[in-house]
Write a protein that binds this ligand. Structure first.
Ligand code: ADP
Ligand code: MG
Length: 699
């Protein structure tokens, strides 16, 4: 048996167990050894029941003395109660609400380890644990490995299907006993400098910590063994990022010329004076475009910071050099809006633009494709439809991807199929904490717009409950009477745009017929055709529509500076980042803007989200809070965002280890101690880490 052995060859793993393991992504011996415990329990000198004190978290080893169900058994609403005893002869009660299922699990005479908070039930006059975690210590014991589970610090694993923590413990112990010590590939100089234990001891120790281990360190994931393995995961990940970056650097690209004509054209195009931050980032972009390798740059800037005009400047550079530009947007509405904006500002320069989205007919599309292939059009703006296989450009020089976070992982866009590799500028308004940015966008260069255009007033954000909607509406009324415009947004409920559409439709009828017959009210949702969407947006932009009732299709990018009121209905259903984006639709002009979050029922995290928004308009703070309230995978949707999956490492908990590992990895790849060491690292990464590098790939 070695690390590559499929788990089906391990004693005790039949087809059923193998399937459950596979569902967790565990296929080989190596995978299972990387399945780290999420918690440890000290069962080396557990207390007896008589020694327990109310209020403490404790583990006891005890035997079931009696069990009983009370309440409504059939509706499984009842409470399951068990009484436990041990050598101290004292009694501990365990109680589980909705515990009917336990009647088939626990019975008199069974021995188990119980872990939970000890409480004193003064009514019954006994020590109690409510919903303790427990592990049966009798039963299907596989060849006398019982000593694994008590009398030591025991690892607690997350279960999988019918595989309990106890089964994991047994299987992993068995594997550790039957394979050769694994090789240590971390460069020896790093291992020595960081005083790391070798890999084999580290692996053994995370599963079965030596008796003298500090339980607190273990549960904080900071034992030497854990630290080393976390570091190692980050180290290889960041080596992969560094290699990928180096490789991208080596590809020949276009060296755009920045001559006087380019500067003149940019000047002629700019509708306003760029902010200092905009100037800074356009310089970074221009320098990158002038270099003879393809640009891979991320432009980060909070909602409303003015990314569009920066993109337009980059486009001018490409076009004046005789190349075409593609602008990609995640929604039809945004693509349409960009098409307006770019058409308007590029008209003066004599450039031709074209809008290509999914809702055009085959004939129109065919015509547009021909125009692109023959180079009749300089700027193509579109949704995914623009990057279909059959779309060809004559000489694409620059691809701009707006609101990248909404696209998910950018697979290779297929933009570079023919000829030279174009430069790529990726834009996002989702500010993400530094450590995450390093991981997700590690292979991109980053430019940040950290300043809003002048004259903006911070958006005032208020919370209102649904029963006070009258006041909210009369506030909106006053604003509209003063010449402002407003959005009223409905959430997509359970991924069903239809329901949200219905809600928006109803509200539209209600507002336009009953509440505000004097105002012109518009309706926007995803089911409208492209032309209708375009018309509604245009009328809203022109001020003909005063109140726009919409689903979240207007979430990203939409830019109507005169709109100053954003009312979000059922705001408790939205995520933090989404609310921040929605709020970003207002506050784009000189007028004071307002965002009113209307909620119906809230739980604690929803309340926390609303509070965060009312408190702050700072995108970075909001994304930090988002990360606190959810886990990284959820925030960025591990699969979609390309956030690599980690075994032991946790991007939130282990940010400072990531920073260290990243620096070490970069200097290792740039100045490897020997060619041999670099070759070994590259081979290791290729064999082991490839599948985790679903990092953002562009171009
Ligand atoms: P985002 O970064 O969210 O894409 P936009 O590019 O849509 O932001 O810009 C938001 C608004 O600010 C637009 O109406 C735009 O015309 C305006 N704007 C951008 N830069 C400036 C500037 N330097 N001075 C004045 N207005 C600006
Ligand atoms: Mg934008």
């Amino acid at each position: 048996m070695d690390l590559t052995t499929p788990l089906t060859y391990v004693k005790g793993i039949g087809p059923a167990r193998a399937a459950m393991l596979e569902a967790k992504g565990l296929l080989t011996v190596e995978d299972l050894l990387g399945y780290a415990p999420f918690r440890y329990e000290d069962r080396s000198n557990t207390k007896t029941i008589a020694q327990l004190a109310p209020g403490e978290m404790a583990t006891v080893i005890a035997e079931v003395r009696s069990v009983k169900m009370s309440g409504f058994k059939r509706r499984s609403l009842g409470m399951f109660e068990a009484r436990f005893t041990d050598s101290s002869r004292a009694i501990l009660a365990g109680k589980w609400f909705h515990g009917a299922y336990l009647a088939n699990v626990l019975s008199e005479g069974m021995k188990l380890a119980l872990y939970g908070k000890v409480e004193f039930d003064s009514y019954a006059g006994e020590l109690t644990m409510l919903h303790p975690e427990f592990e049966l210590l009798t039963g299907d014991d596989e060849d006398g490995e019982a000593a694994l589970h008590v009398g030591r610090i025991v690892p607690i694993y997350e279960g999988a299907g019918k595989l309990t923590t106890r089964i994991f413990r047994t299987l992993i112990h068995r594997i550790l006993g039957s394979i050769e010590p694994v090789e240590d590939l971390l460069p020896p100089f790093l291992r020595a400098r960081l005083k790391f234990p070798d890999r084999w001891s580290a692996i053994q120790n995370i599963h079965f910590p030596p008796p003298e281990s500090d339980l607190r360190l273990l549960n904080a994931f900071r034992s030497q063994a854990q630290y080393r393995l976390i570091y190692e995961e980050f180290f290889w990940l960041e080596c992969g990022v560094a290699l990928k970056r180096a490789k991208a650097r080596a590809i020949p690209g276009i060296a755009f010329e920045l001559n006087a004509r380019v500067r003149e054209q940019i000047k002629a195009m700019l509708p306003f004076k760029p902010t200092g931050a905009q100037k800074k980032v356009i310089k970074e972009i221009a320098d990158d475009m002038a270099a003879p390798h393809p640009m891979n740059r991320l432009l980060q800037g909070d909602v409303g910071s003015g990314k569009t005009i920066v993109a337009a400047e980059a486009a001018v550079i490409a076009i004046e050099n005789g190349y075409q530009v593609a602008v990609l947007a995640p929604t039809e509405i945004l693509a349409t809006q960009h098409s307006f904006t770019f058409k308007r500002i590029f008209e003066k320069l004599g450039y031709t633009t074209l809008l290509l989205t999914g809702s055009f007919g085959a004939r129109e599309k065919a015509h547009m494709k021909k125009q692109l292939a023959e180079g009749e059009v300089q700027v193509a703006i579109g949704t995914h439809a623009l990057i279909q296989k059959d779309v060809e450009f004559k000489n694409l020089g620059l691809a701009i991807i707006d609101e990248q976070h909404r696209f998910g992982v950018l697979q290779r866009l297929g933009l570079a199929k023919k000829g030279v590799t174009p430069d790529v500028l990726v834009m996002t308004a989702t500010p993400i904490p530094r450590t995450l940015a390093m991981t997700i966008y590690g292979d991109l260069d980053v430019s940040i717009i950290d300043e809003l255009p002048p004259g903006r007033k911070p958006i005032v954000t208020k919370h209102s409950t649904a029963d006070a909607i009258e006041q909210v509406l009369s506030f909106m009324k006053r604003q509209v009477e003063e010449g402002r415009q407003a959005y009223v947004v409905y959430p997509v409920i359970e991924e069903s745009e239809t329901q949200a559409m219905k809600a928006a439709q109803q509200e539209y009828e209600h507002l336009s017929k009953e509440v505000f017959p004097q105002f012109s009210i518009g309706l926007m949702h995803g089911r409208l055709g492209a032309a209708e969407k375009e018309e509604v947006m245009q009328r809203f932009k022109d001020g003909q529509i005063q109140i726009l009732v919409s689903t979240t299709v207007i979430e990203v990018g939409v830019d109507v500076p005169n709109a100053s009121v954003m009312i979000v209905e059922q705001a408790e259903r939205f995520g933090l980042a989404q609310l921040h984006q929605l709020r970003g639709r207002v506050g784009r002009g000189a007028e004071q803007s307002y965002c009113i979050l209307v909620t119906e029922k809230m739980n604690d995290t929803a309340r926390e989200r609303i509070r965060t928004l009312v408190e702050s308009t700072d995108g970075f703070y909001i994304s930090e809070m988002d990360l606190k309230l959810r886990n990284a995978g959820e925030v960025f949707g591990t699969k979609q965002s390309g956030l690599p999956t980690m075994c032991l490492a946790d991007l939130r908990r282990d940010a400072e280890i990531l920073e260290i590992a990243r620096l070490d990895a970069m200097s290792f790849i740039e100045h490897p101690p020997s060619d041999e060491a670099l070759r070994a690292a590259v081979a290791y990464i290729r064999d082991h880490w490839q599948r985790r590098y679903a990092l953002v790939t562009v171009g």
